[in-house]
Design a protein around this ligand. Sequence first.
Ligand SMILES: *[C@@H]1O[C@H](CO)[C@@H](O)[C@H](O)[C@H]1NC(C)=O
Length: 165
Amino acid sequence: MSPARSAPGCPPAADMVHATSSLLLLLSLALLAPGHSAKKCLLTGKWINDLGSNMTIGAVNNRGEFSGTYHTAVTATSNDIKESPLYGTQNNINKKTQPTFGFTVNWKFSESTTVFTGQCFIDRNGKEVLKTMWLLRSIVDDINDDWKATRVGINVFTRLRSVKE
Ligand SMILES: *[C@@H]1O[C@H](CO)[C@@H](O)[C@H](O)[C@H]1NC(C)=O
């Protein structure tokens, strides 16, 4: 009888449990920590704002340029709403994870132009949110009406999920 083989009791089992929990801890740190801190806010995709307007932004190229379409839920005119193109740029000079951007919407159903400027944030729940301000320029027939031709507002966009969660 060898003494080394006759004691498969408590100490080895406790070591196993310890080793297993250390391994799990390391694994969870490796999986969770970098993913959480490195998340980058991306403009590309479908968004909906607080008014129910939707926009789709295409790929952002390496100069920060992008284009897309805007489907507004509201209008300052009495015209039928049509989907309208947007063109913009994202500031990527320092490749920030929460970049600033701006874009222009060239309305296809009125003689008006809107410019948006904003920042792409990751909120406290890890969700992307676009905090924007806009200026809407409506056409006026007389230069004396210029003073009242521009509106200003705020919009908050979140990602539009096509599949219900
Ligand atoms: C925006 O998208 C939602 C969900 O698909 C849809 O119900 C709504 O009609 C859309 N609004 C506009 C203005 O396109």
